[in-house]
Design a protein around this ligand. Sequence first.
Ligand code: AHR
Length: 335
Amino acid sequence: MVKKTLIAASTLSLCALTLSACGGGDSAAGSGGNGGSDGTITMGFAQVGAESGWRTANTDSIKQSAEDAGVELQFSDAQQKQENQISAIRTYIQQKVDVIAFSPVVETGWDAVLQEAKAAGIPVILTDRAVDVQDDSLYVTFLGSDFVEEGQKAGQWLVDNAAEADADGDGDVNVVELQGTTGAAPAIDRKEGFEEVIADDDTISISQSQTGDFTRDGGKQVMEAFLQNEPEGIDVVYAHNDDMGLGAIEAIEAAGLTPGEDIKIITVDAVKDGMQALADGKINFIVECNPLLGPQLMELAEKVVAGEEVESRVVTEETTFTQEQAAEALPDRQY
Ligand code: AHR
């Protein structure tokens, strides 16, 4: 799969790609790869939506960084629909922007539109999420987290705390999983990383797993259904993001149970609301996913448009938080 190839590759010489991608004077490539006549770069950014606190922080970071860098930003919100993102990208191609950046809603189905961008000589930067395409020259670089590693960190915390997580003491740790958007890279990879690590412990198993679409409401509704299916016996919720975990907390409390005690909760993101719930003891562990990708994205865009070589994969640095660490970090948390 191309995504795996991409991750394995350390550096890719982009000179040839950038020349063809930026057009080198080809009128189809907008300004010829060097920005407008005054050097201003125009970026078309196709965002996933506004489904979570993470996404809002990510959008703010991109808009602010574009302003700081003097990049003219064309921004669109796809409302979590791939067809909206594809049509936004097509609009950016027609507008002959200097560079297109996007965070793909799902992994597959991008080959045709990315071919169109390439044919128009417009370089594409992936941010946050990967795509699964046949030809990895369809984009220049991918900036974002290692989602498999995030899932592994979540699984490792559970393996290390399995005895404590077995609230009913029956010797089995029964996990329910709130998955992100079906087909999205973070949903696929966080599941994979988590399952890989818990496989080492026979006492841990996942009894129910469904998508909550990365939203608070989705997490609440799916958790209500999980609780109805298994009124007793759920030991752990593994939510692929904070928002779904926060929705699950509402469902658990409405069922008369105590989140963080009767049912342990592990989430991913570490946005302010999630960190507050962690510090309050309602969540037990959060794996960080950093949304502040704007400054690095603008730096990459400037280099790509100038025809400079960039890394084919830029991985975001991230940490994890326990309840004590969340209480300490909260006063300085930016998002
Ligand atoms: O792609 C990043 C994920 O998307 C975040 O973890 C989640 O909150 C968001 O919706």
